[in-house]
Design a protein around this ligand. Structure first.
Ligand code: NDP
Ligand code: BG6
Length: 576
């Protein structure tokens, strides 16, 4: 369906009458789906979630019978919600003429309910409206057939049961984390689907450290089974990150090199060319390590470094990222208890990682400066940031995986805001070619020059996966400069996505929303993964805070603190 590859036994593969989803509900074949965006008035909802839903609708990826609801405290009519949403919907996929018609049709399926986040009344009212829409959607779509069968239009109270459609519900928690549990409590009690599945997408941050994350998980699990919780890390929905496993496991030339025997170091780099503008209040409580490293970069690292999964099934992949081989996790409905028990026994990549030490971390914070007549603000100039804040907006770290495959290989992470460029990359630097053949046999013919050993050392192979912008995969190789001489040149074998695949790449939120609707859990974070991820970072975060480590200041728009270079040099690495 939807032209997407069939990757596991999610509903799209098994949508046949009577089939059951992971969470036990009858499958999509005969169902409606209601998607409620909680926090609909907020930044993420406007910027990412509604546009992603529209893009899915536009591409005919949403189930036929769907309704979108916004829920927040702000007072809004359905019409006002539609006006608000319409400002950020785009016909980015292409400029087909029917785009504005499609937009109109989509907006007609969008509704709004105002309410408090801890209010069962608010969610009961939502439940009432959801039922109404679920009924109407089915009633409308089956009207002709039903009238043929003697359907009484006035007595339509149980239409959706009559029509055999099962109402499924997805809640997207696009709200600050301190109200996650309130919403889950109220919504699960009063607005869960009676006959279908009910799932909750939860946005980061999932706590501030091991303890608070554990508490959040325990609280969520008071009301939800683990398989109802979809913890989103939108970097896992990015095209290049999805391609990482394909690159590794479907090309003979990479997997044999994927170990300490050939790889010298791996770099995971995230940089933004803007500051925390507008999000300083949230950011100051978290900092860059929690905002980017502990989740986005660590997830990429786990995918990069994991062993070959048994299959592409969600649990097989997630087991390789976290858990012990003999604890293959196949969740079934209402098995929360056994899942929790299994969670205690997790190992594999994340569990094989050393806890990060203070000496392997460098932190920085951007300061204001002026350039070309323009003034750039310091982090602490943001009115929502407390003056004198030492929250890092930049960090670099060296991590190690203590297993046979990666022993001694530094995995360097670098993440920063207000740097000179916006990019996210995975860089794999390979070892030197043993023997220095071309260094020894330097030969100069016709002014071609020679290549010295030093130059060769610099020109080791490097594989780069550019996650954004300008998605690309390129491999730096050495080749001979044409001519009579023997001069080597480092050049690229380059797969530039925009040239090879002209179609626009879907936004990460599109993929992840569709997966959640389809019950595909592969790209969502399991609670044991989360525990393992926090275990790596919690001690160093505590040390940074306890020691009040002052961040090295770097000018807005610069390359970041020089400390990051010393850190890399300590591990014989040069940043790419
Ligand atoms: P917002 O701060 O915009 O909050 C979303 C909505 O929640 C607001 O419109 C508001 O709605 C309500 N709200 C805000 N503050 C409070 C409060 N203190 N108490 C109760 N309700 C409140 O958040 P974002 O949209 O930026 O982010 C939503 C979630 O997504 C957060 O968990 C965030 O960490 C995460 N996230 C955000 C990203 C982004 O780019 N924005 C990126 C990645 C993750 P109302 O007043 O109408 O009820
Ligand atoms: C979010 C962080 O998770 O990711 C933000 O909270 C960051 O601080 C954002 O800006 C980056 O996402 P993207 O997809 O724009 O690279």
């Amino acid at each position: 369906a939807n032209g997407r590859p069939q990757i596991s036994a999610s509903f799209r593969d098994v949508a046949i009458d009577g089939a059951q989803s992971e969470d036990g509900a009858p499958e999509q074949g005969g169902s409606t789906v209601s998607i409620t965006v909680v926090g609909a008035s907020g930044d993420l909802a406007k910027k990412k979630i509604f546009p992603a839903l529209f893009a899915l609708y536009y591409e005919d990826c949403l189930p036929e019978h769907f309704t979108v609801f916004g829920y927040a405290r702000s007072k809004m009519s359905d019409e006002e919600l539609r006006n608000m949403i319409s400002l950020t919907l785009t016909c980015r996929i292409d400029q087909r003429e029917n785009c504005s018609d499609k937009m109109e049709q989509f907006l007609k399926r969008c509704f709004y309910q105002s309410g408090q986040y801890n209010s069962e009344e608010g969610f009961s009212e939502l439940d009432r409206k959801l039922k109404e829409k679920e009924t109407i959607v089915v009633e409308y779509t089956n009207l002709y057939e039903q009238i043929q069968n003697g359907y009484d239009c006035e007595a339509h109270a149980n239409t959706y049961h009559q029509a055999g459609k099962v109402p499924n519900r997805l809640f997207y928690l696009s709200i600050p984390p301190n109200i996650f549990v309130d919403v889950v409590r109220s919504a699960s009690r009063t607005a869960s689907s009676q006959d279908g599945w009910t799932r909750f997408i939860v946005e980061k941050p999932f706590g501030r450290d091991s303890e608070s994350s554990g508490e959040l998980t325990r609280n969520l699990k008071k009301y939800l089974a683990e398989e109802q919780i979809f913890r989103i890390d939108h970097y896992l929905g990015k095209e290049l990150v999805e391609n990482l496993s394909v690159l590794r496991f479907s090309n003979l030339v990479f997997e044999p090199l994927w170990s300490r025997n050939y790889i010298r170091n791996v770099q995971l780099i995230f940089s933004e060319d803007f500051g925390t503008e507008g999000r300083g209040g949230y950011f100051d409580n978290y900092g860059i390590i929690r905002d980017i490293m502990q989740n986005h970069l660590l997830q990429i690292l786990a995918l990069f470094a994991m062993e070959t999964p048994v299959s592409l099934d969600a649990e097989d992949i997630r087991n390789e990222k976290v858990s012990d081989h003999d604890q293959i996790l196949i969740p079934t409905y209402n098995e929360t208890e056994s899942m929790e028990a299994i969670n205690l026994n997790q190992v594999k990549v994340l569990r094989s990682m050393r806890q990060l030490r203070l000496e392997d971390v460098v932190v920085g914070q951007y300061k204001g400066h002026s350039k070309g007549g323009k003034t750039y603000p310091a982090y602490v100039d943001d009115p929502t940031v407390p003056s004198g804040s030492i929250t890092p907006t930049f960090a670099a770290a060296a991590l190690f995986i203590d297993n046979a495959r990666w022993d001694g290989v530094p995995f360097l992470m670098k993440a920063g805001k207000a740097l000179h460029t916006r990019r996210a990359e995975i860089r794999v630097q390979f070892r030197r070619v043993p023997g220095n053949l071309y260094g020894r046999r330097s030969r100069s013919v016709g002014g071609g020059g020679t290549t010295t050993v030093t130059e060769l050392e610099k020109a080791t192979n490097e594989l780069v996966l550019r996650v954004q912008p300008d998605e690309a995969i390129y491999l730096k190789i050495n080749s001979k400069v044409p001519g009579l001489g023997m001069r080597l040149d480092s050049s690229d074998l380059n797969l530039l996505y925009s040239e090879r695949y002209p179609a626009e790449i879907p936004d990460a939120y599109e993929r992840l929303l569709l997966d959640a609707i389809e019950g595909e859990r592969r790209l969502f974070i399991r609670s044991d993964e989360l525990d393992a991820a926090w275990a790596i970072f919690t001690p160093v975060l505590a040390d940074l805070e306890a020691n009040k480590v002052a961040p090295e200041l770097y000018p807005y728009g610069s390359r970041g603190p020089v400390g990051a270079h010393y850190l890399a040099a300590n591990h014989n690495v040069r940043w790419g």
